[in-house]
Design a protein around this ligand. Structure first.
Ligand SMILES: [Zn+2]
Length: 380
């Protein structure tokens, strides 16, 4: 393992009293534990879909009605893009700046070389003296067809465009022909818009299995990010990753294909008498979405610190509709569905901003960039 080198140093801590008041996080830093080691990575991911496309509400909003629904994903995605551009880690609680001659945003402090031309580009894309927030946007083909400018905007602002399928159907419920067509067509659509190869795929509702994973690889993707280890959610798929070679938190499934799971918090089934052995490991849902909205921020960040301590990286996900408290409400949906979908929407955006600031000693990056850093992987 390559030893990590300190790329950032901390200076003064300042409280942002306004945000703390909004989020109920006043004094939260005292409870967060010590800062993690420098060089820790936060993989931010956004699944670009609109409020009426979520599986949770599908029984009340069938696909045939989508074209009659109000499109709100563009403004909500722009709100996230603006947040990522505007978050001022330098002015937040933890000041971050590069030492002379250091590359921001890399585990290695060595300068860019001919063998690593991407390093130069990545350095240029980050403002000097700051820790530029970058993200992977897993985008629905259905959205890309209707909002091509949004896809181009995401790419133009320095983020990775990846694929979330075409119409948000559960991958493990599609026939082989339907699945491969969906994977191929949505990839090509995004590539035509950005002029860049699409490397990553995330299955709607984490509906992955071995068959889907094979189809993702065969369709020309270089990584999948559909595995969610929380085992008590009925829709999340399962794949066996035990024993495979790892690069950071990524699993190498072939010479040029990786699984990059979202992150959860491992605990042990002591209560079940399974002891400390990893065979008894159980994961709490800690990767984002509703779990992020429902949990107090200081608890959530303590969990992230624990995950970072164990693996050096943490993969987070959110949706644009989760920062939109004014979206239409489906009153006829079940209480459970409404609770999962609408709780705490009003404060998610400020909570996300505060989370990023409180983790300002880490690097924020997309999935492809992480794989490039960890594996030498390059999009061919
Ligand atoms: Zn989705």
């Amino acid at each position: 393992m390559i030893p990590r080198q300190p790329l950032v140093r901390f200076q003064e801590r300042k409280k942002n009293s306004l945000d703390e008041e909004k989020n109920g996080t006043e004094g939260v830093e005292e409870f967060l534990g010590p800062p993690s080691h420098t060089g820790m990575n936060i993989l931010l991911t956004i699944d670009v879909e609109d409020w009426f496309q979520v599986e949770n509400l599908r029984p009340w909003i069938p696909f045939c009605t989508w074209d009659f629904r109000e499109l709100r994903v563009e403004r909500n995605t722009h709100a996230l893009l603006d947040l990522f551009d505007d978050v001022r880690l330098e002015d937040g609680t933890r000041k971050c700046e590069a030492k002379p001659g250091e590359r921001l945003g890399s585990d290695s402090a060595s300068p860019p070389t001919a063998a690593d031309p991407g390093a130069s580009l990545r350095s240029l894309l980050r403002p000097s003296g700051g820790n530029k927030v970058r993200c992977t946007f897993f985008t629905l083909g259905w959205i890309a067809e209707r909002l091509p400018g949004l896809v181009r905007e995401i790419a133009a602002r320095g983020h990775e465009v990846a694929c979330h399928g075409y119409s948000h159907r559960m991958c493990n419920g599609l026939s082989e022909a339907e699945l491969r067509k969906d994977l191929r067509d949505s990839k090509r659509l995004l590539e035509d818009l950005t002029g860049d190869r699409v490397a990553g795929f995330r299955a709607p509702n984490f509906s992955i299995d071995k068959r889907v994973l094979t189809a993702v690889r065969d369709s020309g993707y270089r990584y999948d990010s559909s595995y969610n280890s929380f085992s008590l959610h009925g829709r999340y798929g399962r794949i066996d990753l035990n024993g495979g070679p790892k690069a950071g938190i990524a699993y190498r499934l072939g010479d040029d294909f990786f699984e990059l799971p979202v992150s959860n918090l491992p605990v042990f089934h002591r209560s079940l008498g399974l002891g400390k052995h990893p065979m008894g490991q159980f994961h709490l849902p800690w990767s984002g979405g509703a779990y992020f909205r429902l949990m107090p921020l200081w608890i959530f960040i303590r969990g992230i610190r624990s995950i970072l301590h164990d693996g050096g990286a943490y993969a987070f996900y959110l949706h644009p509709w989760e920062v939109d408290p004014s979206q239409p409400k489906m009153d006829q949906a079940s209480f459970r569905s409404r609770f999962k979908h609408y709780t705490n929407l009003w404060k998610t955006k400020d909570k996300l901003k505060r989370m990023i600031e409180l983790l300002g000693d880490c690097r924020f990056m997309g999935c492809r960039e992480y794989l490039e850093d960890k594996t030498g992987y390059r999009q061919g």
